[in-house]
Design a protein around this ligand. Sequence first.
Ligand SMILES: *Cc1c(COP(=O)(O)O)cnc(C)c1O
Length: 228
Amino acid sequence: MSVKDNLKFVMEEIEKAKRHSLTNEDVNLIAVTKNHETDVIKEAIDLGITDIGENRVQELKSKIDELGPIVNYHMIGNLQTNKVKYIYNRVNMIQSLDTLKLAKEIDKRAGSDGIEVNCLIQINIGNEEQKSGIAYEDTLKFIYNLMDFKHISIRGLMAIAPNTDDKQYLRRLFRKMFEMKEKIIKENISSVRMDYLSMGMSSDYQIAIEEGSNMVRIGTKIFGKRIY
Ligand SMILES: *Cc1c(COP(=O)(O)O)cnc(C)c1O
């Protein structure tokens, strides 16, 4: 299958899932381009992709250098504090904010440029030891702790679901994410916007959308299997 056919399929599936979604909202598609060359990415952009995601700083940085501002860039992987400087002012969004230390560094850098950086708070929804993200229960507390950082714009939540075939379990986890988003909205915190609920990957995006996701991050189903 070509990228064109894959993309067509994914977009149709997104539309189908939307009809059963809790929110009926439009769904933003982030094409995850890790381990793929820029010519494939250019092809995807020609086919209408407007946003790409990368999970490693070095690769993200070199793709931004090569492609330039023809697309929106999302940092979706674990971000070390000492690498913030390479990307904070070149990405559209950092989706993996999960420590105060990281927030402090982003805020400091953004502050000295007089800009705001869009961030999503990453939640470790499956409580998995090997995954980053804050504990689900700590979400509100974490958000209140971020209030001091004037150069961070909180735009929503992000989660990577566990790798499992148990669809009911996945559905419950996605539903919990949606409930947390609603809970935060009810808190009515003036500087916090819950515009995005970023969840759903190649293996689970349909369920994620049904449970209220409005941003899916898809790699394999668009570009094929990654060769490492
Ligand atoms: C790789 C990755 C994806 C996409 O995964 P696929 O299964 O290839 O769709 C989404 N989100 C994050 C954070 C990733 O690292």
